[in-house]
Write a protein of this length. Structure first.
Length: 271
């Protein structure tokens, strides 16, 4: 199979802005819905922060569903392909030049597989970097390089903590992301060969919320994407996101976001 190589600073999609320092390249790229990217790999390692939307990725590491606020590390030279089947997406890419990185004897990005995290602490660092990216000035280059090193160290630490979570528990989390239909606790117990009580206790300890709360969070994130990017009415969105009815959807959405679905749509959508 023919695979394209994307050289330093190159990405598929519509490149909206690019900033380059001595060792780090920041890029904001946009991908319309239904876009398919061919099998390819990058010359440099990079972190991808999914700023908006979602996409699916296939590689030797397996299949990933990457959603808004996910942070995905791609090692240099690892082939992958992408599709954007549900909504447009915007990705903020932090690309690290290998020669620059070697100066710091930086082990974190010696990871050999594509890896994904959702980390509030890492997101906060990336938000600071985006501020320098938007309003670049004389000291921004130094700020960006320092923040990149912090991101590298934090990604490694949080990935190591994530790896301490048992495989069966990570499998449950992945299933919640991939499964559109509700999953019963009895099904999870049969799948993992763990007792329902142990699953409930271990999930909350690992992820800071119950399975039900986590599933509702995923439903709200999907509803936000549909409100932002489609013209579907509220009843249709309620059904697609597996709420019992439109009224139930509205109550849960407002409890989670502070806005009604229509207020959210008006605030964020150009539709």
């Amino acid at each position: 199979m023919s695979r394209s190589i994307l050289h330093q600073g190159d990405y598929y999609g519509n490149i909206q802005k690019k900033v380059q320092t001595q060792g780090v390249i920041l890029t904001l790229s946009h991908y319309p819905v239904h876009t398919t990217l061919p099998d390819h790999f990058h010359e440099n390692s990079y972190l991808c922060y999914v700023q908006q939307g979602s996409y699916r990725e296939q590689s030797v590491s397996g299949k990933l569903v990457c959603e808004q606020e996910d942070i995905v590390f791609h090692p240099a030279g690892i082939a992958h392909s992408n599709t954007f089947p549900v909504a447009p997406a915007s990705c903020f890419n932090i690309e690290i030049d290998a020669a620059w990185m070697n100066k710091f004897d930086a082990g974190p990005f010696a990871l050999s597989k594509i890896a994904r995290l959702k980390s509030p602490a890492l997101k906060a660092l990336i938000k600071k970097m985006q501020g320098e990216f938007r309003q670049y000035h004389a000291w921004s280059g130094l700020m960006i390089e320092g923040l990149t090193l912090e991101c590298m160290a934090l990604f490694l630490r949080e990935k190591a903590a994530h790896n301490d979570v048992p495989h069966w528990l990570r499998m449950i989390k992945e299933l919640l992301h991939e499964q559109q239909e509700p999953v019963a606790l009895a099904e999870l117990a049969a799948l993992t060969q763990m007792s329902p009580f142990h699953i409930v206790r271990a999930f909350k300890k690992a992820y800071g919320m119950s399975i039900g709360e986590y599933a509702n969070q995923l439903k709200i994130e999907r509803a936000c994407s549909l409100l932002r990017h489609t013209r579907q009415n509220l009843a249709q969105i309620a059904i697609e996101c597996n709420f019992s009815d439109q009224s139930h959807f509205g109550r849960i959405f407002k409890r989670s976001t502070g806005l009604t679905p229509l207020q959210y749509r008006k605030a964020v959508s150009g539709i």
